[in-house]
Write a protein that binds this ligand. Structure first.
Ligand SMILES: Cc1ncc(COP(=O)(O)O)c(C=O)c1O
Length: 366
């Protein structure tokens, strides 16, 4: 078999992750000079000033490889979560952590369970690992159905992936519900609890790392959302030391770059700044939800830094938004063609979004 045929066979059925459209791309496509991106659940307020200073200070050393073990950052995270450093695994975004765990524990013949509207990377990573994907239907409120997940377990199930809060639905499971679920699981199963949006619920639920008991639990967190460091690509997992030691063998030696390491360390030290922005984002989310409700467009209550907008012509709405320089996220790829996901922006961006919404709705009616 030649390499081209081989490549095609290998990639059969694989499809790339479709990210929120970058601002530069929309400007190019539409010939605009300004655009607002509300498509990737970033922190519209940017990184903490301390993180920016730390990046500036570290630039001069960019000719050196980073610390491949991210020793200092790992120590800070271990302290924050009151665990040993060997219970932390750092990744090039939490995305990498998710992929590494799935690649390590699931292969051909194994099954990976996740919610049908769960974060799409679980399906992509399971497929890339050669494992069988087992999407499970959500409840009618688009919440993860933990009972249905239990029923989907077979002896081939290796991993269950749960995002809490979930992207793109924004729904939240309580720790009680999760613990009841864990208590019913066969013990060989690994659970990835993806808490990319945890900072947005830290005031309404106890920390899962101190509350939940399950040996095969891997909790993933990220600096991309509340911490405003999405472009640096840094996230991590906390879990059983032996389990993470195995995953660590799949890791590329210098997967977390030096600027990301110092930025994350500084951001951790600026928690007041981060939490102040989280508070503002949540207030703005409530405001946007009220505004959508007024227009009869609200769907599900979100617990993260985005809102879901329900509209029968969601894709058309998204395209009209793009024409006037606002990037939202259509959800047909998630099996939710009647929904648009809109990240909460800063005040100026949210106002621009609401103005654009009225313009676009008016046009659609005309
Ligand atoms: C639920 C969830 N998990 C993980 C990620 C990956 O984030 P990152 O790789 O930037 O840490 C995202 C990003 O949107 C997400 O929504």
């Amino acid at each position: 078999m030649d390499w081209m045929t081989q490549a095609v066979a290998q990639a059969q059925g694989l499809y790339p992750y479709v990210p929120g459209k970058p601002i530069e791309q929309l400007l190019r496509e539409k010939g605009l000079d300004k655009a607002i991106k509300l498509a990737s659940n970033e922190n519209a307020y940017g990184p903490s000033p301390k993180a920016i200073l730390a990046i500036h200070a570290a630039i001069d050393e960019c000719h050196r490889y980073p610390d491949g073990d991210s020793h200092t950052l790992k120590a800070a995270l271990a302290k924050k979560h009151a665990v040993h450093t060997n219970q932390i695994l750092l990744g090039n975004g939490s995305n990498e952590v998710l992929e590494l765990v799935i690649r390590c524990f699931a292969g051909v013949g194994d099954e990976v369970i996740y919610s049908q509207h769960g974060f799409i990377v679980y399906a992509l990573a399971a497929q890339a690992a050669g494992a069988t994907r087992v999407p499970v239907q959500d409840t009618s409120e688009l919440e993860h159905d933990l009972d249905a997940m239990l029923s989907a377990i077979t002896e081939r199930t290796k991993i269950i992936c749960i995002a809490n809060p979930n992207n793109p639905t924004g729904t939240l499971l309580s720790n009680d519900a999760l613990q009841t679920f864990f208590d019913a699981l066969p013990h060989h199963i690994i659970v990835i609890l993806d808490e990319a949006y945890d900072e947005f619920v830290s005031d309404i639920k106890t920390d899962s790392l101190t509350t939940l008991q399950y040996d095969g639990l891997v909790v993933s967190r990220t600096f991309s959302k509340a911490y405003g460091l999405a472009g640096c690509r840094i996230g991590y997992a906390v879990g059983n030391a032996d389990l993470l030691e195995a995953v660590n063998r799949f890791r590329e030696p210098f997967n977390v770059n030096s600027l990301a390491q110092v930025a994350a360390l500084a951001a951790l030290d600026d928690v007041d700044w981060v939490m102040d922005k989280v508070t503002r984002i949540k207030q703005a989310r409530t405001f946007l939800e009220q505004q959508l409700a007024k227009r009869g467009l609200l769907s599900i209550k979100s617990f993260a830094n985005f809102i879901l907008l329900h509209h029968p012509e969601a894709l058309e709405l998204h395209q009209q938004f793009e024409n006037i320089g606002i990037i939202t996220r259509p959800l047909a790829g998630y099996g939710l063609p009647d929904y648009l996901r809109v990240s909460v922006g800063n005040d100026e961006e949210n106002t621009a979004f609401l103005d654009a919404l009225d313009t676009v709705l008016f046009k659609l009616k005309a």
